[in-house]
Design a protein around this ligand. Structure first.
Ligand SMILES: [Ca+2]
Length: 317
C-alpha cells in the first residue's frame, strides 16, 4: 500500500528539532496553531511518536497533554487523533463506540469490515491490554442477533485468502436461494459466505450472482435484510469490491446534507491518510459530482479545515 497515502515520512526528520518547534508554538501567550498543524501533518504517525518521546525527554512533559491544554474543540480532537498510534486509535474508537449506554454501530461496522486480518489481530491484542477485556466479549455484550454473529466472524480475522473456483457458482446460487428465491431470508447463508470468503472470491461470486439473478448483490441485501445487519453486510460487500471506494462513500455521507458527522470525517481522514487517501480522492471524484477537497472546504472551517485539507493533500479537477 506504499505510496497511496497523502501523509508521508518527512525526509530530513529530526525529532528533537520538531519537539523544540512545538514547544515554541505553545510558549507564552497564545498558540501558533498554524505551525502546529503544518508540522504534524507533514510527519508520519511513527515520526509523531518519536517527537512525543523527544518532547518528554527534553521537557519532562507530555506533548499530547500540552497540546490539549492549548487547543480546543474539533481541532484539538483531530490533532490528538493524529498523535495516537494507528492501532491504539482504532481501539479508542471501538471503546468509545461500545462504552456507556447504546452502541455506535457505525464505528464497529466501519473498522471491522475494512481492516485487514493482521490489523484486526493487533487491535484485539491492544484492546485486551488497554481495557483488560476481550474485544469480542465487549462487542457481544453490546450487540445481538445476526448482526452480532457477523461482528464475531469478522473479529476472528480468518477470512480465506484465495479464490475457490469450485465454489463461485454454488456460493452465488446459495445467496440467491437464501434471499430473492425464498419467502423470508436465510440470513445465516449471507453471513457465512460474506464473512468468510476472500475479497477476490467474493467479487467473482457477485458477478455470477448478477448473471444468475439479474440483481446486484447490494440490491438483494437491501431488500432481504434490515437494520444493522443490512449495514454491515453492505459494508463488507463494498469493501470486497474496493476499500477506497467504500471510504470515499463514508466521507461523502459524513458531509452530505445539513450538518456534518465530524466523528466519521475525522476518523476516516486520520486513519486513511497514510494508507490510501490518494485512491479515496480519485474514487470520490469519480463517484460524486465534486472533489473531496471542495467538499471539505465547503463543510468545515478554521484550523480544523486547514488540517483536514492537508490530510486530503490536494484537489482533483
Ligand atoms: Ca426473500
Amino acid at each position: 500500500m506504499a505510496g497511496k497515502g497523502t501523509v508521508k515520512p518527512h525526509a530530513g526528520f529530526n525529532a528533537n528539532n520538531d519537539a523544540e518547534v512545538l514547544l515554541k508554538t505553545m510558549k507564552g501567550l497564545g498558540t501558533d496553531e498554524a505551525a502546529i498543524l503544518q508540522l504534524l501533518t507533514a510527519r508520519s504517525n511513527e515520526q509523531r511518536q518519536q517527537i512525543k518521546a523527544a518532547y518528554k525527554t527534553l521537557h519532562g512533559k507530555d506533548l499530547v497533554n500540552d497540546l490539549k491544554s492549548e487547543l480546543g474543540g474539533k481541532f484539538e480532537t483531530l490533532i490528538v487523533a493524529l498523535m495516537t498510534p494507528p492501532i491504539l486509535y482504532d481501539v479508542t474508537c471501538l471503546r468509545d463506540a461500545i462504552k456507556g449506554a447504546g452502541t455506535d454501530e457505525k464505528v464497529l461496522i466501519e473498522i471491522l469490515a475494512s481492516r485487514p486480518a493482521n490489523e484486526i489481530n493487533q487491535i484485539k491484542s491492544a484492546y485486551k491490554k488497554e481495557h483488560d477485556k476481550d474485544l469480542e466479549e465487549a462487542v457481544t455484550g453490546d450487540t445481538g442477533g445476526h448482526f452480532q454473529r457477523m461482528l464475531v466472524i469478522l473479529l476472528q480475522a480468518s477470512r480465506q485468502q484465495d479464490i475457490q473456483e469450485g465454489l463461485i457458482q454454488s456460493d452465488a446460487q446459495a445467496l440467491f436461494a437464501a434471499g430473492e428465491k425464498k419467502y423470508g431470508t436465510d440470513e445465516s447463508q449471507f453471513i457465512t459466505i460474506l464473512g468468510n470468503r476472500s475479497a477476490a472470491h467474493l467479487r467473482k461470486v457477485f458477478e455470477e450472482y448478477r448473471k444468475l439473478s439479474g440483481f446486484e448483490i447490494e440490491e438483494s441485501i437491501q431488500r432481504e435484510t434490515s437494520g444493522s445487519l443490512r449495514e454491515i453486510l453492505l459494508a463488507v460487500v463494498k469493501c470486497a469490491r474496493s476499500v477506497s471506494a467504500y471510504f470515499a462513500e463514508c466521507l461523502y455521507n459524513s458531509m452530505k446534507g445539513a450538518g456534518t458527522d465530524d466523528q466519521t470525517l475525522m476518523r476516516v481522514m486520520v486513519t486513511r491518510s497514510e494508507v490510501d487517501m490518494k485512491d479515496i480522492r480519485a474514487d470520490f471524484r469519480r463517484m460524486f459530482a465534486t472533489s473531496l477537497h471542495k467538499t471539505i472546504q465547503a463543510d468545515t472551517s478554521g484550523d480544523y479545515r486547514k488540517t483536514l485539507l492537508l490530510l486530503c493533500g490536494g484537489d482533483d479537477a
